[in-house]
Design a protein around this ligand. Structure first.
Ligand code: CMC
Length: 392
């Protein structure tokens, strides 16, 4: 009992007002500050989308140059952080390392951040966007036992990230521009997605006035789960497990079986009841990457396309409006780019950081902002008297 609305999973609760991202799930539309995701991904680049999400408008050429300079100005991580990494098991999952290392940044930038000051909020935002690729690359290098690679600020955001992940001190490394463009597009596709679980987590953590780096660490923890950002890793693992097209019907049958907890990973979405617009661009990017690398007849892509085809014509999936989501094709693309599966969710976190921080800033600047504090419907024992241990 209680005078509260019971809404498990918050399916019909708007937790805030926001001007950042609009989704029409029925029609499969995604807009950032009014601009369609297709146009941003095809014609723009990631840092431009970051500017748009943070400031509300597309930058002029001058504003873009200034923004890029300020982001690249903050790519270095305090040298002490490299010692922090050695506390992790050497085979630690890179997402565990990200939760820890981003959280640890709050120790480096705590007293220096006054979140009531708009300038300091913006500096913290830029720091976060600038340092995430460095931290993500360090998590990867640590995991594979290679030395950390320092950022190169003359490279673009995506190029620099690929450089920090794949170059080694003993060999020259040149970033392939087609692959860097694909990486950049993947970042754009993941940049923001309104009040999803991890963004709501960042807002809730931030609503108490907590350190913004710690709030982002909370978002990363939430993103990790297979129902959210972890789905890209799970989707690729599933495609590898299916292996060949002839085994698809078996997995479709399992996904439909009420007594089997198995779900088609990379399928379905709380908001989209139509094709996820990000999945379409991701599929196209996937083809571009495989073409560039000369990968012909990739068996995983073949399984994915056939699985999609069968599911889109199957009564169960049609009735429940289950379509491929952004994570369905991202795994194949990231694998082709050279990333191991356990890095996929880290890349999602890297790209989503701008969304988290833009939403955090919007929340702090909202005059109606109060600490987030949901109520509950209590279903436990009524009041009763304490019983001494010898009498229980
Ligand atoms: N495979 C088979 N059945 C499914 C699937 C799926 N992937 N997704 C949903 N269903 C069924 C589900 O069993 C339920 O059936 P019924 O009404 O008979 O009980 C119905 O569809 C509705 O599902 P739900 O779990 O109530 O929906 P939700 O909005 O709570 O969950 C979801 C959304 C994304 C967690 C879910 O679709 C899912 O688990 N998908 C697989 C994981 C995945 O790909 N996640 C990535 C989401 S996109 C990236 C991101 O933003 O993080």
């Amino acid at each position: 009992t209680g005078a509260f609305t019971f809404d498990p999973g918050f399916t019909s609760t708007a937790s805030c007002e926001s001007q950042i991202t609009y989704i029409d799930g029925e029609k499969g539309v995604l807009l950032h500050r009014g601009y369609p995701i297709e146009q941003l991904a095809e014609e723009g680049h990631y840092l431009e989308t970051c500017y748009l999400l943070l400031y509300g408008e597309l930058p002029t050429a001058r504003e873009m140059e200034d923004f890029e300079y300020r982001v690249t100005h903050h790519t270095m991580i305090h040298e002490q952080m490299s010692r922090f990494y050695s506390g992790f098991r050497r085979d630690a999952h890179p997402m565990a390392v990200m939760v820890g290392s981003v959280g640890a940044l709050s120790a480096f930038y705590h007293d220096s951040i006054d979140i009531s000051d708009p300038h300091q909020r913006m500096v913290a935002s830029l720091r976060m966007i600038a340092k995430m690729p460095t931290l993500a690359a360090m998590a990867y290098k640590y995991h594979i036992g290679q030395p950390f690679v320092y950022p190169r600020n003359e490279l673009s955001y995506a190029e620099n990230f690929l450089h920090m992940c794949f170059s080694v001190p003993c060999e020259p490394y040149k970033v392939n521009p087609v692959l860097a463009r694909a990486m950049d597009r993947i970042f754009i596709l993941h940049a923001d997605h309104e009040q999803n679980a991890s963004t709501s987590t960042v807002r809730l953590a931030g609503s108490s006035g907590a350190n913004p780096f710690a709030c982002i660490a909370a978002g990363i923890a939430c993103l990790w789960g297979p129902a959210h950002g972890g789905a890209n890793e799970a989707a690729l693992n599933m495609l590898m497990e299916i292996g060949t097209k002839d085994r698809i019907p078996e997995y479709i049958a399992r996904a439909k079986d009420k007594n089997d907890p198995f779900r088609l990973m990379g399928f379905g979405h709380r908001v989209y009841k139509n094709y996820d617009p990000r999945a379409k661009i991701m599929q196209q990017t996937c083809h571009e990457v495989l073409d560039e690398l000369g990968i012909k007849d990739d068996p995983l892509l073949e399984v994915a396309m056939e699985l999609e085809h069968i599911a889109l014509h199957d009564e169960y999936f049609v009735e429940k409006k289950l379509y491929p989501n952004v994570d369905f094709y991202s795994g194949i693309t990231l694998k082709a780019l050279g990333f191991p599966t356990n890095m996929f969710t880290v890349l999602f976190a890297l790209a989503r950081t701008v969304g988290w921080i833009a939403q955090w800033k919007e929340m702090i600047e909202d005059p109606h902002q109060r600490i987030g504090r949901p109520r509950q419907l209590y279903t436990g024992a009524p009041q009763r008297d304490y019983v001494a241990v010898e009498k229980r």
